[in-house]
Design a protein around this ligand. Structure first.
Ligand code: DOR
Ligand code: ZN
Length: 399
C-alpha cells in the first residue's frame, strides 16, 4: 500500500475550510481528520487552500480533428496546471461527437493521452435520437446557436424530441446564445432560447443546464425552474466590451463580451450560478485573425476567481463549491469533487498569497495567448495530486 498525506493546510471539507490533514491510500482518500503522521510521502501545505481536485464542466480539447489547436495531452496538462483533475469535453469536434463510435474513440484517445480525467458531453443533432440512447452519455449538449464547427440543431421539433428522449434526471446542456454581432438581436435570441427551454423543461419535468450565461437576466430566467442549473465563465465576469479594442480579433467569443453595465448585472445575479466553467476554447493566432471564436481558460480560471476573493468581491467557499462539489452534483459525477473518505485521491493545493502575472507563452495549452495576458493575479495553483500521485508541483510536471 502507498500512502500520501497532505498536512498543515486549510482543507475544504463539508462546505467549509478548516485545518485538517488528508490521507490518501492507494489513490483513494482514507481519512480527512486524523493527523496523517505515518504516510510514505507527505506534502506540507501551510498557508494554502487544500481543495478537492477541481472540475471544469466545459472544455474543448479539439481531439480528434483539430489537434493543431489542442489535443488530449496538451489540454489535459493545461487542466492539471490550472488545478483541474476532471474536465468535461464538448462534442463540437470537426467530426462532431454524435455517434457512440465517435464517443468511444474519443474516450480511448483521452485515456491514452490525458493526465486528467476526461468526461464527455454527447452532441445532439436533428436526428440522432437512437444514437443518444445507444451511447447513453452522462450529458447531452444541444447547440441552438452557432459554434465552432457545424454542430447545431436546425429542425425546430428536434429540441422537444431530445428533451423527451434523453434521461430526465441527466442534464441537457444548452448553448443558447445567439451569434449576431448586433447585440440587441443576439440578446433577444438568447433570452428567447432560454425561456423556451426552461418552460419546456419544467413542463416535461426534466433537468437542463445553461452553458456560459453572460448576463444577469439569463440567470434570472434559468432560476424559474428548479431543475435548471447554470454556469458562468470567468471571461464574462472579468472582461467586457471595453476590452475589445485591446484584444482586436482575439476578442471574438460566443457568447460575445457584454457592455460594462451588463457585466455588472451578471455579478449582481451571480448568486444563482451553480458552476464556474472555463469554456476553454483554444485557437491558433492565425485562426483568430481569420475570425475564430473562443478563448483558452484552463490556466487562468481558478486564479482569477480566488483573486476576486482576495479583492473582497467573492467568498472563497462560494468559489470552491462551484469549481468542485457543486459541479459534480450538477452532472451526477460520483467519487470526485469532494474531500471525503472513499473518494478519488484528487487534491488541488492553492497558494492564495502567491503573486504572479499571466504569461500565456509559458502555458501548457497549445494556445500560447490569453485575453488575460499581462494581468497581475494574487493566488496560484501550487500542487496537483491525482489518484494519490503528485503530478504538478510549483510549475513543474512530475512525469
Ligand atoms: O467562443 C466559442 N468557442 N464559443 C463556443 O460556443 C464554441 C467555442 C469553440 O469551440 O471554439
Ligand atoms: Zn464552449
Amino acid at each position: 500500500m502507498t500512502t500520501l498525506a497532505v498536512r498543515g493546510g486549510l482543507a475544504f471539507i463539508n462546505g467549509s475550510f478548516s485545518q485538517k490533514d488528508i490521507l490518501i491510500e492507494d489513490g483513494v482518500i482514507a481519512s480527512t481528520s486524523a493527523d496523517a503522521q505515518k504516510a510514505d510521502e507527505t506534502v506540507y501545505a501551510p498557508g494554502c487552500l487544500v481543495l478537492p481536485g477541481l472540475i471544469d464542466p466545459h472544455v474543448h480539447l479539439r481531439e480528434p480533428g483539430d489537434t493543431y489547436k489542442e489535443d488530449f495531452r496538451t489540454g489535459g496538462r493545461a487542466a492539471i496546471a490550472g488545478g483541474f483533475t476532471t474536465v468535461m469535453d464538448m462534442p463540437n469536434n470537426r467530426l462532431p461527437t454524435v455517434t457512440r463510435e465517435r464517443l468511444d474513440e474519443k474516450a480511448r484517445l483521452a485515456r491514452e493521452k490525458a493526465p486528467c480525467n476526461v468526461l464527455f458531453h454527447f452532441g445532439g443533432t436533428d436526428s440522432n435520437f437512437a444514437e443518444v440512447r445507444k451511447a447513453d452519455p452522462q450529458s447531452l449538449k444541444l447547440y441552438l446557436g452557432k459554434t465552432t464547427g457545424e454542430l447545431m440543431l436546425h429542425d425546430p421539433t428536434a429540441l422537444e424530441r431530445h428533451f423527451a428522449n434523453f434521461h430526465k434526471d441527466r442534464p441537457i446542456v444548452l448553448h443558447a446564445c445567439g451569434d449576431s454581432p448586433d447585440e440587441a438581436k443576439d440578446l433577444e435570441r438568447t433570452y428567447a432560447n432560454i425561456e423556451n427551454c426552461v418552460s419546456l423543461a419544467q413542463k416535461m419535468q426534466r433537468r437542463i443546464h445553461i452553458a456560459h450565461a453572460s448576463t444577469g437576466h439569463e440567470l434570472l430566467l434559468a432560476k424559474r425552474w428548479k431543475g435548471c442549473t447554470v454556469e458562468v465563465a470567468p471571461h464574462h465576469l472579468f472582461l467586457s466590451k471595453n476590452d475589445l479594442e485591446r484584444l482586436g480579433p482575439y476578442g471574438k467569443v460566443y457568447p460575445q463580451l457584454r457592455s460594462e453595465q451588463m457585466r455588472i448585472g451578471l455579478w449582481k445575479m451571480l448568486e444563482g450560478a451553480d458552476c464556474i466553467a472555463t469554456d476553454h476554447a483554444p485557437h491558433t493566432p492565425e485562426d483568430k485573425e481569420n475570425g475564430a471564436a473562443g478563448y483558452p481558460g484552463l490556466e487562468t480560471s481558478v486564479a482569477l476567481m480566488f483573486d476576486a476573493c482576495a479583492k473582497g468581491l467573492l467568498d472563497r467557499i462560494w468559489v470552491a463549491e462551484r469549481m468542485s462539489g457543486r459541479v459534480a452534483g450538477t452532472f451526477g459525477l460520483k467519487g470526485v469533487g469532494v474531500l471525503e473518505k472513499g473518494c478519488a485521491g484528487d487534491v488541488t493545493i492553492f497558494d492564495p498569497k502567491k503573486e504572479w502575472s499571466v504569461d500565456a507563452s509559458e502555458f501548457q495549452t497549445k494556445c500560447k495567448w490569453s485575453p488575460f495576458d499581462g494581468k497581475a493575479l494574487k493566488g496560484k495553483v501550487r500542487t496537483v495530486i491525482r489518484g494519490g500521485k503528485q503530478l504538478y508541483v510549483d510549475n513543474e510536471f512530475w512525469d
